[in-house]
Write a protein that binds this ligand. Structure first.
Ligand SMILES: Cc1ncc(COP(=O)(O)OP(=O)(O)O)c(N)n1
Ligand SMILES: Cc1nc(C(=O)O)sc1CCOP(=O)(O)O
Ligand SMILES: [Mg+2]
Length: 207
């Protein structure tokens, strides 16, 4: 399966009171990967919401990815995204199996990406590229780094951080396969607008 397209990421605050309707609107417009990102420690709610997302993703034939939590991903038989402090990649690959999608945060460091490839990552994520409402303090990354990564790496490259329909085109021109977006997708005023944005992101990637 080719990992290319819109990578929608949920945000519990932004989606409060409209969680499933907004996610479904995005899926309606086309989502290659959907990440469940919830930084709370409310395990019961996290399990409930992740299960609901898995059901939705099954209906829309979208791949669900759990942020941070390999145990929850294993429980639901879905993929996981790991940051540099979220646990080692190799044991997670062993836990989830060879077919699972596992992503790795590499900030602006090619060496981290090369290490992630060695340890079995399915895609590597670089960022942040622009000012981010969701994570303003994340380290920044340049388009030059993307050029180097595209030359050296032979797996899908994901870009994240402040991506909108107005600024995403250069990322695609510099070799990005997956556009990971929170606010630029779910910050919309209506479900109709979420669907329109999802379609437009995919159009940029021409899938
Ligand atoms: C696709 C994607 N890329 C990067 C991140 C950031 O991961 P991390 O550095 O672990 O930070 P948190 O999201 O856990 O706060 C991501 N989640 N998804
Ligand atoms: C979760 C996350 N990680 C980042 C990184 O650079 O590693 S930026 C980010 C936030 C992405 O949300 P938005 O699209 O609203 O900027
Ligand atoms: Mg993390």
């Amino acid at each position: 399966m080719k990992l290319r397209g819109l990578y929608a990421i949920t945000d519990s605050q932004l989606l409060a009171g409209k969680f499933l309707s907004y996610v479904e609107a995005a899926l309606e417009g086309g989502v290659t990967l959907l990440q469940y990102r919830d930084k709370s420690s409310d395990e019961a709610r996290r399990l409930r919401e992740a299960q609901a997302l898995r059901n939705l993703c099954e209906r829309y034939k979208t791949q669900l990815i759990i942020n941070d939590d390999a145990e929850l991903a294993a429980r639901l038989n879905v993929g996981v995204h790991l940051g540099q402090t979220d646990g080692p990649l190799s044991p997670t690959r062993a836990l989830l199996g060879s077919k699972a999608i596992i992503g790795s945060t590499c900030h602006a460091q090619l060496e981290l990406a090369e290490q992630a490839v060695k340890e079995g990552a399915s895609y590597v994520a670089f960022g942040r590229f622009f000012n981010s409402n969701t994570k303003p303090g994340a380290p920044t990354c340049s388009l030059d780094l993307l050029d180097q990564a595209r030359q050296k790496l032979h797996l899908p490259i994901c870009a994240i951080g402040g991506i909108t329909l107005d600024n995403a085109a250069p990322l695609v021109a510099h070799g990005v396969d997956l556009l990971a977006v929170v606010h630029g997708l779910f910050g919309a005023e209506s479900t109709t607008e979420v669907t329109r944005r999802a379609r437009a992101f995919n159009e940029l990637l021409k899938i």
